[in-house]
Design a protein around this ligand. Structure first.
Ligand SMILES: [Fe+2]
Length: 183
């Protein structure tokens, strides 16, 4: 599966632009993490790109969310490692995270929302001028972007990253695709 095929499939299954942007942002962070760890950047990127492909099809049904996504990814030709990471990023299924890829997706997913929210409260609503220390400050404000699960983001420790480095890496990765994110 090429990246183009994956994007086409995401767009065929997801209409909401913000959800597509969430997947692109997750892809960017996953690619940066793969580079950081010397892992397979294409595989990690595809994991981020495809991880919520079923989000509209499952319509908030958490018992099917990510099971269907893993099946769709497999149909597209994704590796079993990608399918497993997608499957266990939804804790409802009680499937333990086993690999570094599983753990990376789990903590990268909510970081995108925190960073996007931190950009949107800026006067220019842009990522370019946003600094990691501002994101860290927002991280500590529990009521800010409360949907971005801080505990989950903190699990970057499981892949050997301090929170500061993780935020910095995620922010830089998302700045790299700022135009695509409309930020
Ligand atoms: Fe997600």
């Amino acid at each position: 599966m090429t990246r183009e095929e994956a994007i086409d499939s995401v767009k065929a299954n997801v209409e909401n632009e913000n959800l597509i942007k969430h997947m692109l942002a997750t892809e960017a962070i996953m690619r940066a993490l793969a580079r950081r760890f010397g892992e397979d950047e294409e595989e990690w990127g595809l994991t981020g790109l495809l991880h919520d492909i079923d989000v509209e099809l499952t319509e908030g049904d958490m018992s099917s969310h990510s099971k269907l996504g893993a099946d769709l990814a497999r149909e597209l030709g994704a590796s079993e490692a990608i399918a497993h990471a997608i499957l266990c990023h939804n804790e409802t299924h009680g499937i333990p995270r086993e690999t570094k890829l599983d753990r990376a997706l789990f903590c990268a997913d909510p970081l995108t929302g925190l960073i996007i929210a931190a950009a949107l409260v800026r006067p220019d609503k842009k990522l370019a001028g946003l600094e990691a220390k501002s994101v860290k400050k927002r991280f500590k404000e529990k009521s800010f972007a409360a949907g971005a699960d801080r505990q989950q983001i903190s699990l970057c420790s499981e892949i050997g990253l301090e929170l500061d480095e993780f935020i910095q890496l995620g922010l830089e990765a998302m700045k790299g695709i700022a135009d695509g994110l409309g930020l």
